[in-house]
Ligand binder design. Structure first.
Ligand SMILES: *[C@@H]1O[C@H](CO)[C@@H](O)[C@H](O)[C@H]1NC(C)=O
Ligand SMILES: *[C@@H]1O[C@H](CO)[C@@H](O)[C@H](O)[C@H]1NC(C)=O
Ligand SMILES: *[C@@H]1O[C@H](CO)[C@@H](O)[C@H](O)[C@H]1NC(C)=O
Ligand SMILES: *[C@@H]1O[C@H](CO)[C@@H](O)[C@H](O)[C@H]1NC(C)=O
Ligand SMILES: *[C@@H]1O[C@H](CO)[C@@H](O)[C@H](O)[C@H]1NC(C)=O
Length: 794
């Protein structure tokens, strides 16, 4: 095969080359150093070549000794006997040697390069192809030294398949990988098939190698490099990853480049508004900013752990920057709570960041009055009381005021009132300290009033105002009733009475005492002549009365006549007589109005003269009242009357009586007209006072017989215990008792005490009794029925 090749190509050889080759062959045989055995033993150095590119096959031509030099150089390929390239240096130095290449396709692309360094000498083959693969031998012949052979194995590089990248699910990634989450794991697998020499497979990011370790087994056809980044850093956002497959640097790398999509957590969130004191009175705008999130973060607000939903929010969003404006209305309760601005990446579960701050709220004070040192109402008079105005406020209150029953309390040392800021000191409280206390506190946010604190002050008994010193008229050997009125809190537990006599102060003994509701009533008969005064002392849990209520016993006298009497048309018809009471002469007094006809000699000057003359007009009726005010409805219109008004007490009646003459009811009142005939006392009915003495005598006997009836009447009054009584003349008994009842109208209840009615009535009867005896004209007939009337109105 080798010889055939040689013969086939022999005629192409130049003659010079033929001779040269023959010569070499002869030399070859003579030296017999280039045996096939020695060729086979030498290991071939592998030289990689890339199809289409040039390759250089090294051949060290350095002589073994310095004094030797190269004679000839031959290149053989495989088992070919003919050299494909030769160099003849027999004529001179190596660089002047003549080059000779076999005239075939390979030979035309080959050239031996003699470097300055003989060790770097090499055969360059241009534009190699796979046919050029094989073992090349370089034979170097020296002048003196033995021939040397070098073997080179030229092999072509085979690129692997283009790299493919797969995600964790085994899906091929074409251009974009991900999305991945910042800080979480990234997994990508790069794979190639084949390749000679076995390629390297590497992962690259931004010019640096990340992973150069092959994960597949050494002899597998498929080569795999799995990239695992356990915590993906932020800087992978928007970057690229490369997988490079490299068999030989001669052939270049096969590169697969993908972009990586990364979701980023918000890296920064901040409430940028200053942390001011927030007033409850206005809305506040608070700004929060976040950046670093991809996609842009959503901002939400929390106050005290609860999401703020109602507040108005304004949001601005750019690529990775979000701003939120919160309009916040705070309440006092929000003071000290945490305000949180939270940024959430909607695509990144758990990808959130937050900024928090404690807010401080300015609110008006919350106020309450507390008593200091466990004081509880009620307190005893004379105690010292300290109130404290307790406030919760921000900022601290700068002004306090104190109020007692709504009135501002001023500092008053003499009254023991010391309002000092949030405390109120009250020295030695009195009854007037009683009431409701409140305080107010003010700060920049407003003023607040506390609910009232009710202070009750207990005090020892004291006389009711106007009852401290009383004058009591006494009738010798007649029972006296004295009322002692005291005021106390809590109620009186004990009353005691003392006499003041010339012999000294003695306790009251043997008297009847009745105590009820702060009033002690003493019934007694002043026995000793030198009795000057009575004193009444009351005691309660606070203490004993300091100053007693005093009663000076004075001899009783007749009452003074009422004064300033006036006639007036009553509002609902009839007539009204009003007078002012005079002094009572030391005894309870009552008042009498006598109504009589004007008929005969007008207006007697006084009762005494009347009685003397016996000409006094007999009264039509009398009205008794507790006060000197009378209302009369039963007078006959057009008729003239005369009124007498006087006071009566147990001692007697006032003198002289007040006389009101020519009293006339001018206009008939409609309502009275209807039953007027029944009530009006007619002048014709009353016996004329000018009639004969015989008639008077007749009347006298009638009175005498009716005295017994009078006594019965007394008993009736006692039983009835009613107010004003009416005394009628017998001649006017045209009235039926039932009519009298009809006449009753709402009367005088003012100032009239039931308790004393009995007593007064009895006094009055005594007086009437006396008068009737004195007047010698028994002009009164007491009807038992008429004493039970409850009114003084007619
Ligand atoms: C040349 O080298 C290649 C790669 O190492 C090898 O596969 C081949 O067998 C070698 N050829 C010879 C003839 O040694
Ligand atoms: C890539 O590397 C350069 C130089 O090392 C650096 O300046 C740049 O920030 C990097 N880029 C990224 C996205 O990491
Ligand atoms: C202080 O209190 C006393 C006693 O209550 C009173 O008379 C006086 O007017 C008060 N003074 C002032 C300045 O209010
Ligand atoms: C008793 O009367 C005397 C003389 O009038 C008087 O000095 C004294 O203060 C009176 N005592 C009382 C307790 O009223
Ligand atoms: C009562 O009223 C009448 C009529 O209106 C009048 O003439 C008379 O003067 C009044 N009497 C009194 C006391 O006012």
């Amino acid at each position: 095969m080798r010889m055939e090749l040689y013969r086939n190509g022999i005629h192409d050889f130049e003659c010079q080359y033929i001779f040269f080759v023959i010569f070499v062959l002869l030399m070859d045989f003579s030296l017999s150093s280039d045996t096939p055995e020695s060729q086979r033993l030498q290991p071939a150095k592998v030289i990689w070549g890339v199809s289409g590119k040039d390759v250089e096959l090294p051949c060290d031509v350095t002589p073994p000794t310095p004094f030797d030099s190269v004679k000839m150089i031959f290149w053989f390929k495989d088992s070919m006997g003919m050299p494909l390239y030769s160099l003849d240096a027999r004529g001179g130095p190596l660089n002047e040697a003549s080059h000779l290449a076999v005239t075939d396709e390979l030979g035309s692309r080959s050239y031996f390069i003699i470097d300055d360094q003989p060790s770097n000498a090499r055969l360059r083959i241009q534009n190699i192809n796979e046919k050029d693969e094989g073992v090349f031998r370089c034979r170097v012949d020296f002048i003196n030294s033995p021939t040397r052979n070098f073997k080179v194995n030229l092999t072509l590089v085979v690129q692997p398949s283009p790299p493919k990248i797969f995600d964790v699910e085994g899906k091929e990634v074409i251009s974009d990988a991900g999305p991945f989450l910042e800080g979480r794991e990234l997994f990508l697998s790069c794979q190639v098939n084949g390749g000679r020499p076995r390629p390297s497979l590497t992962w690259w990011h931004n010019g640096t190698i990340l992973d150069g370790v092959i994960d597949s087994s050494k002899d597998s056809y498929k080569i795999v490099n799995d990239l695992v980044i356990s915590r993906l850093p932020r800087n992978f956002y928007g970057s690229h990853l490369e997988c490079r497959a490299s068999s030989s640097h001669l052939a270049g790398d096969l590169i697969r480049k993908i972009s990586v999509k990364v979701y980023l957590k918000p890296s920064k969130v901040k409430i940028v508004s200053s942390n001011d004191l927030l007033s409850v009175n206005k809305a506040h705008t608070i700004r929060c900013e976040t950046s670093g999130s991809f996609p842009p973060a959503k901002l939400s607000w929390y106050l005290g752990g609860k999401i703020i939903k109602t507040a108005s929010l304004t949001e601005e969003v750019t690529d990775s920057f979000t701003t939120s404006l919160l309009t916040l209305n705070v309440e006092a309760e929000d003071d000290g709570k945490d305000l949180v601005c939270r940024a959430d990446n909607p695509r990144y579960p758990g990808g959130s960041a937050e900024d928090r701050r404690q807010i401080h709220v300015a609110y008006p004070p919350k106020v309450a009055v507390r008593s200091d040192s466990g004081l509880t109402s009620p307190v005893k008079e004379g105690a010292n009381v300290v109130f404290k105005c307790e406030t919760v406020a921000r900022p601290d209150p700068h002004n306090y005021n104190w109020y007692h029953d709504g009135h501002l309390i001023q500092y008053n040392n003499t009254a023991g009132l010391e309002p000092m800021g949030n405390t109120l000191g009250m020295m030695k409280v009195t009854k007037s300290s009683d009431g409701q206390y409140s305080c107010s506190a003010a700060n920049s946010e407003g003023e607040t009033y506390s609910p009232p604190f009710t202070l009750t002050v207990q005090y020892a008994p004291r006389c009711v105002k106007g009852f401290e010193v009383m004058r009591v008229g006494a009738l010798s050997h007649e029972a006296l009733t004295v009322d002692c009125h005291v005021d106390a809190l809590p109620e009186v537990t004990r009353f005691s009475w003392t006499y003041n006599t010339s012999k000294g102060v003695l306790p009251v003994k043997g008297a009847r005492i009745h105590n009820q509701d702060g009033v002690s009533t003493l019934h007694f008969i002043p026995g000793t002549a030198d009795l000057e005064s009575l004193a009444c002392w009351a005691t309660n849990s606070v203490g004993r009365q300091e100053k007693p209520c005093l009663f000076y016993i004075i001899p009783a006298s007749n009452p003074e006549s009422p004064k300033s009497c006036q006639l007036r048309n009553a509002t609902n018809g009839g007539i009204e007589v009003t007078c002012v009471a005079g002094k009572d002469g030391g005894l309870p007094q009552s008042f009498v109005l006598e109504v009589s006809d004007i008929a005969i000699p007008a207006g007697p000057p006084s009762v005494t003269t009347l009685s003397d003359q016996g000409e006094r007009s007999l009264p039509l009726f009398r009205v008794l009242g507790e006060t000197p005010i009378f209302r009369l409805h039963s007078l006959e219109p057009g008729r003239e009357y005369q009124f007498l008004v006087y006071a009566v007490n147990a001692k007697g009646r006032s003198e002289p009586p007040v006389v009101l003459s020519k009293v006339k009811v001018e206009v008939p009142v409609d309502t009275l007209k209807e039953n007027g005939s029944a009530i009006i006392v007619n002048a014709e009915d009353s016996p004329p006072t000018s009639q004969s003495l015989t008639l008077i005598l007749l009347v006298l006997t009638a009175i005498a017989s009716l005295l017994i009836v009078g006594i019965i009447a007394v008993a009736t009054i006692l039983a009835c215990r009613k107010r004003p009584s009416v005394v009628r003349r017998p001649s006017t008994t045209r009235y039926k008792p039932s009519d009298d009842a009809e006449l009753s109208e709402a009367g005088f209840s003012d100032g009239f005490h039931r308790r004393s009615a009995h007593y007064r009535a009895s006094l009055y009867l005594q007086e009437i009794d006396r008068n009737s005896r004195q007047d010698a004209g028994p002009d009164l007939i007491l009807s038992p029925t008429t004493f039970c009337l409850q009114t003084s109105e007619y």
